[in-house]
Ligand binder design. Structure first.
Ligand code: LMR
Length: 394
C-alpha cells in the first residue's frame, strides 16, 4: 500500500525555524516564524497567564470533558473581546476551536458541506497555510489583488475593484488586522468601504484574526471585524489566542459566527460543532480556561492588556529602528515600514532569490519573498546588522 509514497516537502515556515536552529553561525538572525521574542530571544509566558494557570491548577479537581463547543465562559469572553460588549447576542454564536488554524479548518469543513462549488478567494499575498486549509476541504483558492509590491502598501483601488466583482457565490478571506505576510493593513475608511461593498454584493467574508492587539491595541485593531459584524448579515471570524495571549502551544481559538437571525446562527453553530466533533472530538481546555480566567477578572485583564500593549510598543520601536537603519544604510524610502505596516510582520521588497542569499551568506532567516518578523530582532545591533545584510544583497 505504501510502496510508492515519497516524503512530502516540509512547510516552508516551519522548515525555516529548523534550519535556523541548526545553523552554527553565532550571528544568525531569526526573523522567520511569527512568534514574539523579547530582547533575550525568549518567548515569555505572559504575567497574567502565569497567575491564571496557578489559580486553575489550585482549583481544578477534574479533567473530565468540557464539551464539543468548549468552554462557555471562554467563548463568551472572546465574543466580547472581539466584537465589544454591546454585540448582538441574538445573531452571534461561538465554537471554541484548536487555535486559528483549527477555527479556519472547521469553517472550511462546514463550507464544503453547505457551500461546495463556491469560489474561495485569498489576498495576494497571504499566509501559506490558508491554501492548505481550504484546499483540504476542496476549495481551490483564487487570489484577489491586495498588496502593491512596488509601493509596499495596500493596492486599494485594485483591491476594492476586485471586491466589487464578487457576489453571493464568493467566499472572501480577509485578514482582520496585522496582515500576514505584508503588514499592510486596511484603514478604518477602507473597512467602511469593504462593509458597504460586501453588503451590496453579498459575498461571504471569512476573517482571519490571528494578531488582535499586536498592531495599535485591541480597540483599534478590532475596527474592521466590528464594522463587518455590525453591517453584514453573515460572516465568520476565526480568531486565535496564540499571539496575543502568548499561548502558542496550547492551541486556543474560536469561531464567531454572525448570522442573519438566531435560528440560522444556531444551525451554523451545530454544523461547526459537528465538524469539530469529527476532527478533534472536543477542543483542549487548558488554554481556553486560562483566557477565560484572565478576561473575566478585571485586574488580571488589565495586566494582560498592559503587557500586550508593551509587546506592541516594543514591535513599533523595532519598526522605527529598522526603517531608520535601512534608510541610513541603503538609502531610499523605507517609511512604509512605520507608516503603512502594522503588527508582527513587514514584507521587505526583496524577492525569493535575495532572501535565499540572505540566509546562505548572512545567516538572516526571512520567509518567502522577504517577510520578516519584526520581533525577531533582539537588539538595535541586530537591526543594524540586518540592514547591512539587506544592503549587501540589494
Ligand atoms: C507565521 O505565519 O509565521 C505563524 O502564523 C506561524 C505559522 O504557523 O506559520
Amino acid at each position: 500500500m505504501f510502496e510508492h509514497i515519497e516524503k512530502l516537502p516540509d512547510d516552508p515556515i516551519l522548515k525555516l525555524s529548523k534550519l535556523c536552529r541548526d545553523d552554527p553561525r553565532p550571528e544568525k538572525i531569526d526573523v522567520g516564524v511569527g512568534i514574539f521574542q523579547d530582547t533575550t530571544g525568549e518567548t515569555p509566558v505572559m504575567r497574567a497567564v502565569k497567575v491564571a494557570e496557578q489559580r486553575i491548577w489550585q482549583r481544578q479537581t477534574t479533567k473530565k470533558y468540557v464539551g464539543v463547543n468548549g468552554n462557555d465562559d471562554y467563548n463568551q469572553c472572546m465574543a466580547e473581546l472581539i466584537l465589544g460588549s454591546g454585540y448582538d447576542t441574538n445573531r452571534v454564536r461561538q465554537n471554541q476551536a484548536v487555535a486559528g488554524t483549527g477555527a479556519l479548518r472547521i469553517v472550511a469543513e462546514v463550507l464544503r458541506q453547505i457551500a461546495a462549488g463556491k469560489q474561495f478567494w485569498t489576498p495576494d499575498p497571504t499566509w501559506g497555510n490558508h491554501h492548505a486549509i481550504f484546499g483540504a476541504c476542496g476549495f481551490a483558492a483564487k487570489t484577489y489583488p491586495y498588496y502593491d509590491r512596488e509601493k509596499s502598501i495596500v493596492n486599494r483601488d485594485a483591491f476594492l475593484a476586485a471586491l466589487e466583482k464578487m457576489g453571493p457565490d464568493d467566499i472572501v478571506l480577509l485578514h482582520g488586522c496585522c496582515h500576514n505576510p505584508s503588514g499592510a493593513d486596511l484603514t478604518p475608511a477602507d473597512w467602511d468601504k469593504v462593509a458597504d461593498i460586501a453588503a451590496k454584493r453579498g459575498f461571504l467574508p471569512v476573517i482571519d484574526l490571528a494578531y488582535l492587539g499586536f498592531g495599535e491595541g485591541i480597540e483599534p485593531d478590532a475596527y474592521g471585524v466590528r464594522k463587518l459584524a455590525s453591517s453584514l448579515e453573515t460572516l465568520f471570524i476565526a480568531a486565535s489566542c496564540s499571539k496575543n495571549f502568548g499561548l502558542y502551544r496550547e492551541r486556543v481559538g474560536v469561531v464567531l459566527t454572525i448570522a442573519k437571525d438566531a435560528r440560522t446562527a444556531d444551525a451554523l453553530r451545530s454544523y461547526l460543532a459537528t465538524a469539530s466533533r469529527a476532527m478533534v472530538s472536543m477542543p483542549p481546555d487548558h488554554g481556553a480556561a486560562v483566557v477565560a480566567e484572565i478576561l473575566s477578572d478585571s485586574a488580571l485583564r488589565a495586566d494582560w492588556e498592559k503587557e500586550l500593549n508593551e509587546v506592541s510598543a516594543y514591535i513599533r520601536l523595532r519598526r522605527q529602528q529598522l526603517a531608520d537603519a535601512l534608510t541610513k544604510t541603503c538609502g531610499g524610502d523605507w517609511r512604509f515600514i512605520t507608516d503603512s505596516h502594522r503588527g508582527m510582520f513587514t514584507l521587505l521588497p526583496l524577492g525569493k532569490e535575495r532572501v535565499e542569499r540572505l540566509r546562505n551568506d548572512y545567516a538572516v532567516y526571512m520567509v518567502g519573498e522577504g517577510r520578516i518578523n519584526i520581533a525577531g530582532m533582539k537588539s538595535e545591533a541586530e537591526v543594524a546588522r540586518l540592514a547591512e545584510a539587506v544592503k549587501a544583497v540589494l
